[in-house]
Design a binder for this molecule. Sequence first.
Ligand SMILES: C[S@@+](CC[C@H](N)C(=O)[O-])C[C@H]1O[C@@H](n2cnc3c(N)ncnc32)[C@H](O)[C@@H]1O
Length: 287
Amino acid sequence: MKKIKQNSNVLFFFSDSKKWLMKVSKNQQFHTHVGVIEHKKAIGKEYGSSLKTNKGKIIYLLEPTIYDYVMKSQRSTQIVYPKDLGYIAARTGLQSGQKIVEIGTGSGSLTTFLASLVKPRGHVYTYDVDENFMAIAQKNIERAGVAKFVTMEKLDIKSAKKVPMSEVDMVMVDLGDPWTVVPQARKMLKGSGFIVTICPTMNQLEKLASALWENDFFDMEFTEQIVRTIEAREGKTRHSFRGIGHTTYVAFARKVTSPRDRRKTDAELEGATEEMQEDESLSSVEK
Ligand SMILES: C[S@@+](CC[C@H](N)C(=O)[O-])C[C@H]1O[C@@H](n2cnc3c(N)ncnc32)[C@H](O)[C@@H]1O
C-alpha cells in the first residue's frame, strides 16, 4: 500500500478532460470548476483513494505514470505523443542499460520517456541549442523523477567539430532538418544501433530517406501511428468524436558497418517483383 506524503506527485482526477498533476504541499489548495481541492486532504491517503471538494465532488488520487508526466508536461515546443513513444520503444527494443543520444531536447517529453526506460543503468544524453527550451525541459524531466538519468547540454551537433558520444544504442533526432545530422548520428552509433527520427511532414521523410541511404543505414521503416479511441458503453459503443489528428511520421533505420547493398528496395534485394512480395502476416497464417 503506497501512501501519499508531503511532496508526493498526485494526479487529481475528476474526469478524462479534468485532471491535474501536482506535487502535494500541505498548505496549498487549488480552485477548479468542481470546487476547491485542499492538498492536505490527500496527505496520508492511499493512491487510488479519493477526496471531496468543497462542492462535494469526488476527486480520485492517482499515482502519475510516465504517460501522465508526458501529457502534463509544460510545452514550449511540439512534443512526441505516447502513441508514437510506444512504437519507438517496441521497434527499437529500448531497454534498461542503453545509452541514448537525443538531438533536439525541446520540451523534454521524449527525453523523459527514454530515461524512464533506460534507467537505472542506462543514460540519455540530450542536446539543444535553445536555453529557454532547455530550462523548461529540465523542469519537466525533474518533475518526472528521471533527472539522474539525463545529461542535457547546449550543443549544435550540426556545427560541432567532434561528436560528443560514441558506441550509443540509439540516436533520436527531432529537428526540422534531420537529414543534416545523419552523418553525425552514424559516427555516434554502435554497429546495428538505431537512428529514430521524428518527421511531421512527408517532405522531411523524403530528404531523410536519401540521407539514410547515402550514409549506409539499413532496415529502414517509415511509419505513422494511428490510435482511435472508443467510447464503450452498453448498447452504444462507437468511436470517440474527439481524437488526435496528425502528429508526426516516425522513421527508423539501423547502422550497418560493411558498405550496404546499393539496391534500394526490398523487391530489388530479393530479385522479386512487387506483386510477388508476400505480406508477412498472411504468409504466417498459411503456415
Ligand atoms: C520539436 S522540438 C523537440 C521536441 C521534443 N522531441 C519533445 O518531445 O519535447 C525541436 C528542438 O530542436 C532544437 N534544435 C533546433 N536545431 C538544433 C540543433 N542544430 N541542434 C540541437 N537542437 C536543435 C530546437 O531548439 C527545439 O527545441
